[in-house]
Design a protein around this ligand. Structure first.
Ligand SMILES: Cc1cc2nc3c(=O)[nH]c(=O)nc-3n(C[C@H](O)[C@H](O)[C@H](O)COP(=O)(O)OP(=O)(O)OC[C@H]3O[C@@H](n4cnc5c(N)ncnc54)[C@H](O)[C@@H]3O)c2cc1C
Ligand code: FES
Length: 282
């Protein structure tokens, strides 16, 4: 097994080269990249962490790791084409190399999730980081209670990880429900229609035994949190991911602050009770 500690230390400032093993389309705007570190070492990330991706001549961008550390030999990034770096990534073919720094950030607090009923709730691109945790739960089912996956996207064509959604629906590990805001009349979509908050009242929750993990676009947080509170779930049992513009990724430059917190190193994963009182957090 390669040394992970020394590898991580030396890579905080210097990008490490990764080879692109596979690239596949998730939607017209999002692709999945399967990567391997060139030096053969393991990324050694935890679900919820991100890497700073670079291509020579372009700036870096933070991208969450979308696969679980329990899937050996590679790691995956689900990337939306948003601007210069991600646009360039979308042009890459298998065999190409990119740079990464990291993994960085506070991961999902898996110890606090063990033996609990889990509600794993994602909106849009939020399914990418959550997929890392979902795969982890799938690989270690004995560590967790029952698991409800709830996912919302804008339309059937915007649903990410469609093969995974199908597999999770069929898996004994999970109950998996997805919904879209709008379902065009001519689509063969077979899931639910309406906002993701519509799925929550149907869930059976024993608040004392339940934790929720929420990852999605900013407008999703307040209504989802309200619905979880209505089900009796307190803020110290709701974990969420907060994304901000980032530069260094390691708590040095101040680009990602929410009041006194650095999103890159104190987060991106927080308990709701740590951030709900901070101005601009949600
Ligand atoms: C912790 C973290 C994890 C992320 N994980 C993923 C992921 O798994 N997949 C993915 O596709 N994207 C992810 N993002 C968002 C991604 O980093 C941005 O879209 C990034 O700006 C793209 O870089 P670019 O050079 O292609 O775009 P740019 O040319 O830099 O800009 C594109 C547009 O996106 C805006 N933007 C910049 N940063 C962010 C941000 N953090 N959130 C929203 N908009 C932003 C810019 O203001 C600009 O309008 C993550 C962001 C953070 C902070
Ligand atoms: S990105 Fe530099 S301090 Fe967080």
């Amino acid at each position: 097994m390669p040394s992970t500690c020394s590898t991580q230390r030396s890579s905080i400032y210097a990008p490490r080269l990764c080879r692109l093993l596979e690239v596949s389309d998730l939607t017209p705007q999002e692709k999945l990249f399967r990567l391997q570190l060139e030096d053969g070492s393991v990324l050694n990330h935890q679900p919820g962490q991100f890497v700073q991706v670079s291509i020579p001549g372009l700036t870096e961008a933070p991208i969450s790791v979308a696969s679980s550390p329990s899937r050996n030999g590679y790691f995956e990034l689900g990337v939306r084409k948003a601007g210069s770096l991600t646009g360039a990534m979308h042009l890459l073919q298998p065999g190409a190399t990119i740079g990464i720094r990291g993994p960085f950030g506070r991961p999902f607090q898996i110890d606090a999730l063990r033996k609990r009923h889990l509600i794993l709730l994602a909106g849009g691109c939020g399914l990418a980081p959550l997929r890392s945790l979902i795969q982890y739960c799938q690989d270690y089912p004995e560590q967790f209670g029952t698991i409800d996956i709830l996912y919302g996207a804008r339309s059937p064509q915007d649903l990410l990880f469609k093969d995974d959604l199908l597999q999770w629906r069929l898996s004994a590990c999970f109950s998996c429900t997805y919904t879209v805001d709008n379902d065009p009349a001519d689509s063969c979509y077979d899931g639910e229609t309406g906002l993701i908050t519509r799925l929550l009242p149907k869930l059976q929750i024993a608040p004392a035994d339940t934790c929720a993990v929420v990852v999605g676009p900013p407008p999703m947080y307040r209504p989802v949190i309200e619905a979880l509170h209505d089900k009796g779930l307190p803020s110290d049992r709701i974990m969420l991911s907060l994304e901000r513009n980032m530069r260094c990724g390691i708590g040095k430059c101040g680009h990602c602050t929410i009041e006194h917190l650095y999103c890159c190193s104190d987060g991106p994963i927080f308990w709701l009770n740590e951030v709900e009182h901070l101005r601009g957090a949600l």
